[in-house]
Ligand binder design. Structure first.
Ligand SMILES: [Mg+2]
Length: 343
């Protein structure tokens, strides 16, 4: 048991209040301390500093808390505890390479430099030797919080970058690279499982004319509305990407040829059936679609590039046969002849 000197207890019973502000997700702390009085004091301080506290009296309970997905990222661990000591807890925390970083402050009655080194080498970020000043604890906790906040900001920035790298900024759809990655994954899954797969290449008819007549801002608004309609008219597990300017690639996992044809026709209708409302008025828009699909268990395996090529050839056929229609590639050959005008 760690005895707290009376003068220290007096000083720490009424610590300075922490900076205000609402508790963020990171404002949680695990305190593991086997001295009940000291644990109670620590708990009281951290609550004053706007922390949500999980308090435990031994190392085993601490380890149980730390393994949870939503465990506090800040841990105040006593070195000497029954069950599992703070050093062993540090080792276990660091041996897990998943999840967010945990900032560990070790509390110790030991002040031998070799012990301090052992604590830091086991994975503690910082340590305090008992008895300590409450303001010093608060200052060190703020340092830990800064590091955790910085880490959260980095993770957030990384997620933003990943999103930006894979998405088209105008429509929010997967961009060309990302939708081709999706298709590659589905093709490779099909090669393992033999599942059906449908691929649609869709193109807004005479889109250049919309841009030329009404300007690019109206063209952008049309692209966004077409995107919105496509997105609500596919199944939740279908994937829509912007392949090029006004071209969309739609991947239909597990969708056999008849159902893929129905899906393509539904997409055609959702654009053609209702004019698009823009700030300069209603604009009629139509979509031509080329479909390539493989039946479940079909022996022939197409690679990603071939799927795209077949769908593209079928799209050309739809264009050459008058637009606002769906054409289907059959086997290795697209139905219809290749049109030269791809407008
Ligand atoms: Mg202890």
């Amino acid at each position: 048991m760690n005895k707290i000197p009376a003068e220290l207890a007096e000083q720490i019973v009424d610590p300075k209040p922490g900076p205000g502000g609402k508790a963020s997700a990171l404002n949680t702390v695990l305190i593991a301390e086997d001295d009940p009085l000291f644990l109670c004091l620590l708990e009281r301080w951290f609550k004053r500093w706007d922390y949500r506290v999980t308090a435990v009296e031994n190392g085993l309970d601490a380890w149980e808390v730390l393994q949870k997905e939503d465990a506090p990222q800040l841990a105040i661990l006593d070195w000497m505890m029954p069950g599992m000591d703070g050093i062993e807890l540090c080792r276990r925390i660091r041996s897990r390479d998943q999840g967010p970083y945990r900032y560990v402050l070790l509390l110790t009655a030991r002040d031998d430099p070799r012990d301090v080194v052992a604590g830091l080498e086991a994975g503690a970020d910082d340590y305090l030797t008992k008895p300590f000043d409450v303001d010093e604890l608060h200052a060190r906790v703020r340092t830990g919080k800064r590091i955790l906040d910085l880490q959260a900001a980095l993770i957030h920035a990384q997620a933003d970058l990943q999103h930006a790298a894979a998405h088209d900024p105008l429509t929010g759809l997967w961009n060309r690279g990302a939708i081709l990655d999706w298709l590659r994954r589905e093709v490779s899954r099909r090669q393992r499982t033999g599942d059906a797969l449908g691929v649609i290449m869709a193109d807004i008819d005479r889109f250049k004319k919309i841009n030329d007549t009404h300007g690019h801002l109206i063209g952008d608004a049309v692209l966004q509305e077409v995107t919105r309609r496509l997105a609500v008219n596919v199944r939740p597990y279908d994937v829509v990407g912007r392949y090029g300017g006004e071209e969309f690639l739609i991947v239909l996992p597990g969708c056999n040829p008849p159902d893929s044809a129905v899906a393509a026709e539904r997409l055609r209708q959702c654009i053609a059936d209702k004019t698009i409302e823009t700030r300069i008025g209603q604009i009629p828009v139509t979509l031509s679609l080329g479909l390539a699909s493989m039946e479940q268990g079909e022996k022939e395996t197409l690679d990603c590039e071939t799927f795209v090529r077949y769908a593209d050839e079928a799209l050309y056929a739809a264009k050459s046969r008058g637009r606002n229609r769906v054409e289907t590639a059959e086997g290795s050959r697209a139905v219809g002849s290749k049109a030269t005008d791809h407008g």
